[in-house]
Design a protein around this ligand. Structure first.
Ligand SMILES: [Fe+2]
Ligand SMILES: [Fe+2]
Length: 275
């Protein structure tokens, strides 16, 4: 069992990452791989999307619990500054983030239907918060792991400094969600429904917000190779320790499927060319 999360200490300490402490002028003096720029664009967009995600959450029972509501206020503030920090890095590296092609919040019909379904499930099921907390734990841990992998593969000193500051926030976010999930999933009936919903609906952070090609590119850049695979496996192993989530198939399984699908698409293209 994870140790207790000190919410009062978190709320008292919550603050934006200190952007004035980053050596922005040093950014162009070190090479940034093109793959890292493309990955950072994805991550920046997702961090900036947090407020839209919150809008969907507010239609659920997420804010019925005063502790969760207090946490979410600080969480949103911190996440917003992650987006600002990543945008600043991209600009300093000579790759400012272009305007979005699809205005933020204009989700596709299927996404709106899915959000509507989640809202209805939430209204009908008083323990919905257990799913929200589990979902949050998976996404925060995936994000944290993604940043850790980016530090390793991009090997840029200023990016490392920025991401280490962001990762401190992400690890606190993860800890809050995980501890809450652990408590709320202790009831077997709750864990059973939560597991059903995660099995049915979970997809990596950013699915539906960014094009699939960008999501798959990022996954291949960060999670291929032995170290990447091991990092993805550790995410899944951690979530499997939650009540009712033994043997759940998340990041590693998704990477297997998406790399298999990519290989399949390449095969089809190859076949057409020689048909
Ligand atoms: Fe973040
Ligand atoms: Fe976070």
């Amino acid at each position: 069992m994870a140790p207790a999360f000190n919410l009062d200490a978190y709320l008292a300490r919550s603050k934006a990452i200190d952007l004035s402490a980053i050596a922005w002028s040093e950014v162009p003096h070190h090479p940034v791989p093109a793959e890292a720029i493309r990955t950072l664009r994805y991550m920046q967009d997702i961090e900036s999307h947090t407020i839209i995600y919150l809008r969907s959450l507010l239609a659920t029972r997420a804010i019925d619990d005063p502790e969760v509501a207090a946490f979410l206020a600080c969480w949103l503030y911190e996440e917003t500054f992650h987006g600002i920090g990543l945008a600043r890095f991209l600009e300093a590296a000579g790759h400012p983030q272009p305007p979005r092609t699809v205005p933020r919040g204009q989700e596709s019909l299927s996404q709106r239907l899915e959000a509507g379904l989640i809202a209805r499930v939430s209204r009908a099921w008083p323990d919905f918060c257990a799913v929200h907390m589990t979902w949050g734990a998976i996404n925060e841990l995936t994000t944290l792991t993604g940043y850790r992998r980016l530090v390793a593969v991009a090997n840029h000193p200023v990016l490392t400094d920025l991401l280490e500051r962001i990762m401190l926030d992400e690890s606190r976010h993860f800890f809050f969600y995980y501890r809450q999930a652990e408590i709320r999933l202790a009831r077997r009936s709750v864990a059973w429904i939560a597991r059903l919903l995660v099995d049915r609906f979970w997809a990596p952070v950013g699915t539906g917000v960014q094009p699939r090609s960008e999501r798959d590119f990022m996954a291949a850049y960060l999670f291929s190779g032995d170290d990447g695979r091991a990092a993805a496996r550790r995410v899944d192993e951690t979530i499997r320790r939650l009540p009712g989530f033994a043997a759940v198939r998340l990041l590693e399984h998704w990477i297997d499927r998406s790399s298999g699908a990519r290989a399949g698409r390449r095969g089809r293209v190859h076949g057409y060319r020689h048909a």
